[in-house]
Design a protein around this ligand. Structure first.
Ligand code: SAM
Ligand code: F3S
Length: 443
């Protein structure tokens, strides 16, 4: 009988990627199909996020709902993976004894064994260890039907920014061997994938070993992936400003396949706050990286992450962030109010800024960046953009959704036969983040 799997994913692209891998490992073990209806499922997995408190709380309320389903279907298996699982471990079983398996981001490939052990013993199973790179060796090669795919090149993070849980939940940086990455990209392009996004918490910290034992850096890897004939467009995320080497920047001059978009989290524009965050760069150094990038790729669009209301952030610190925003000019951002995470140094720092003040600063920042986003949209109006057609539009089944080089989604009328292909689209006037366009018919 076919097993039905429901996965709920919280948080970042790493988690999206891991959820796909969970489905892949379970599919490799037998007849399995995914469902988007939890009430139909035989297995429900929550792939959790602990980056901010809100995301973490959400998991426990969703678990309560899964418990109700289990009361009707005692064979339902409930699993909790991801960063909350990694941080809480056994505590999850104590708080929610109906949970059957708890696994971390580095042990998701052991899911079949954990489920089998749960069924054989009747006991809940917990495995949140960090078995180094083992995960990469045990996940089946991805199957994909879209023109675009993510390829994980490294796991974890060793930067230990004072506000962040990632080094604790995902472990230190571990890079995937060079040949493995190349092999996975080749297998994807053989399936028709032409756009690759290299994925990791800090991709530019990549230090991959080659067959002969030598180590190569991220710029080398990027060049090698770009040289593969099936790859037409190349992206990567996330990168750290501290490791934007000149070699990496120079690739934007010599490698047209590198998309003209870079997500480069800055967090703050105040040097005092950047130091307290332990980011390892100043506002000037960040701006210098952007200036060098624009010198070689003038149209590159930069997006970023901001934390507002870090402990001790004054109005002057916030003004420095707004100044950096003016100086750089961002095309979209993710911005959050600081959330103290247990076990991180920043959670212990004195924080006397009222929440309302933080909210008001967040609003000011978001309004300004939203305005910049609209300016970029307006400037794109009338231009012809090469887009990779990724999906049928979510809002209108007669339309397609494609992605421009600068990472904007464009909706336009077209036929499903265009899925996975590059087409030229003229951008129509409008100021929304999701652009509208019309197909340019080649003569
Ligand atoms: N590796 C990336 C980098 O270089 O910054 C980001 C990793 S983190 C998963 C994604 C974003 O979440 C961060 O850039 C930061 O803006 C935000 N974030 C992390 N910890 C946070 C906290 N304690 N409170 C609020 N936002 C946080
Ligand atoms: Fe977190 Fe800083 Fe690493 S934000 S993921 S510790 S670079």
């Amino acid at each position: 009988m076919t097993t039905k799997l429901y996965i709920k994913t919280y948080g970042c692209q790493m988690n999206e990627y891991d959820s796909d891998k969970m489905a892949d490992v379970l599919r490799a073990c037998g007849d399995m199909e995914q469902t988007d209806k939890p009430e139909e499922a035989d297995i429900i997995l929550f792939n959790t996020c602990s980056i901010r408190e809100k995301a973490e709380e959400k998991v426990f309320s969703d678990l309560g709902r899964a418990r109700a389903l289990k009361q009707h279907n005692p064979n339902l298996l409930i699993g909790v993976g991801g960063c909350v699982a990694s941080q809480e471990g056994e505590t999850i079983i104590k708080r929610a004894p109906y949970v059957d398996v708890v696994f971390g981001p580095q042990t998701l490939h052991r899911l079949p064994q954990l489920i089998a052990a749960r069924r054989a013993s009747g006991e809940s199973q917990v495995d949140i260890s960090f078995p180094e790179i083992e995960k990469f060796d045990h996940v089946p090669t991805a199957q994909t039907t879209h023109g675009s795919a993510f390829v994980s090149i490294m796991e974890g993070c060793s930067k230990y920014c004072t506000f962040c849980v990632v080094p604790y939940t995902r472990g230190d940086e571990v890079s995937r061997p060079f040949d493995d990455v190349i092999r996975e990209v080749e297998s994807l392009t053989a399936q028709g994938v032409s756009e690759i996004t290299l994925l990791g918490q800090n991709v530019n910290a990549y230090q991959g070993t080659m067959g002969d034992g030598d180590t190569v850096d991220f710029a080398f890897l990027l060049q090698a992936v770009a040289a593969l004939p099936g790859v037409q467009r190349l992206r990567y995320t996330t990168s750290h400003p501290r490791e934007m080497t000149q070699r990496l920047i120079d690739l934007y001059a010599t490698t047209p396949k590198l998309a003209s978009h870079l997500h480069l989290p800055v967090q703050s524009g105040s040097d005092r706050i950047l130091a307290a965050m332990k980011r390892g760069y100043t506002a000037l150094e960040y701006k210098s990286v952007v200036r060098k990038l624009r010198a070689v790729r003038p149209d590159i669009s930069i997006t970023s992450d901001f934390i507002i209301g870090f402990p001790g952030e004054t109005e002057a610190d916030f003004a420095a962030t707004m100044k950096l925003v003016e100086d750089v000019g961002f095309d979209a951002s993710f911005s959050f109010i600081f959330s103290p995470r247990p076990g991180t140094p920043a959670a212990e720092m004195a924080d006397d800024t009222p929440y309302e003040t933080k909210l008001e600063r967040l609003h000011r920042l978001q309004t300004r960046i939203h305005g910049m986003e609209q300016q970029v949209s307006a400037a794109m109006s009338g231009s012809v953009q090469r887009v990779l057609v990724e999906n049928i539009s979510r809002k209108n089944a007669q339309e397609l959704a494609g992605r421009t080089e600068n990472n904007r989604v464009v909706n336009f009328a077209g036929s499903p036969g265009m899925l996975g292909r590059y087409v030229d689209v003229r951008i129509l006037p409008g100021t929304l983040h999701t652009l509208r366009g019309e197909l340019v018919i080649q003569p």
